[in-house]
Design a protein around this ligand. Sequence first.
Ligand SMILES: NC(=O)c1ccc[n+]([C@@H]2O[C@H](COP(=O)([O-])OP(=O)(O)OC[C@H]3O[C@@H](n4cnc5c(N)ncnc54)[C@H](O)[C@@H]3O)[C@@H](O)[C@H]2O)c1
Length: 251
Amino acid sequence: MAEMLKGKRILVTGAARGLGRSVAEAAAAEGARLVISDILETELAQTAEALRERGAEVEALVIDQADPASIEAGMARIAEGGALDGLVNNAAIATGVGGETMMDYDMALWDRVMAVNVRGTWLMTRAAVPLLEANGGGRVVNLASDTALWGAPRLMAYVASKGAVISMTRSMARELGERRIGVNAVAPGLTHCEATEYVPQERYDYYTQGRALKREQQPDDVDGTILYLLSDWSTFVTGQVIPINGGFVFN
Ligand SMILES: NC(=O)c1ccc[n+]([C@@H]2O[C@H](COP(=O)([O-])OP(=O)(O)OC[C@H]3O[C@@H](n4cnc5c(N)ncnc54)[C@H](O)[C@@H]3O)[C@@H](O)[C@H]2O)c1
């Protein structure tokens, strides 16, 4: 099969580690030219180097999604390299499983999660739109979470932020359709990676038992659906939310 993303220039945010790094590696293997961003400077440089060693074309930029000025400056640098074909809004604050209930939830944490996961996703997409339009349209994939579909407890800000990502995906799809930009979301289940190392085994077991496909989820379980949504195989798919969770919750 020909490379699915051959020659496409794709920005993956939060790609220093975890699901973002996994999808960046998968996109590179399918011929994409990559731009990767994160706040973790050292890990981002390591990811970029590892991708280059495999022959990928990759540019790495530190962009803090909590900071509108950082987004603006980062996107201006990206624009110097030309247009974009795709954006994967993967960066997020992804912590909190087993934290406080809504009765005791910390307000500062709430504000920070919303600033990065919701406002950051909006501002990154807004800044990318001219670069996608410059190529005649493009594809946006937002990382939601299945926690927003089943209402995971003790994770209030995160769940609310991912619910907002799902709603924004639909609204963005309607607003950006006339610019020939498709916007979709994926909603992964609990996935083994650096960010979830602290999650107790009981929580993994709870997920595994509730899945139609009874096993734990790995980062590369998520890659294929994101690549499809970035590719020319999905050009008439927009505003959709695809759970990727082995059938833990259906949409
Ligand atoms: N791992 C899971 O179980 C799981 C499940 C469902 C959804 N997701 C979603 O997948 C995405 C990736 O999650 P992950 O599990 O790989 O977690 P992660 O924490 O490893 O990845 C998120 C990345 O975003 C970066 N980031 C955080 N704040 C940032 C900021 N202000 N500016 C720029 N970058 C920032 C982090 O440094 C990190 O590299 C997230 O959107 C997460 O919500 C993860």
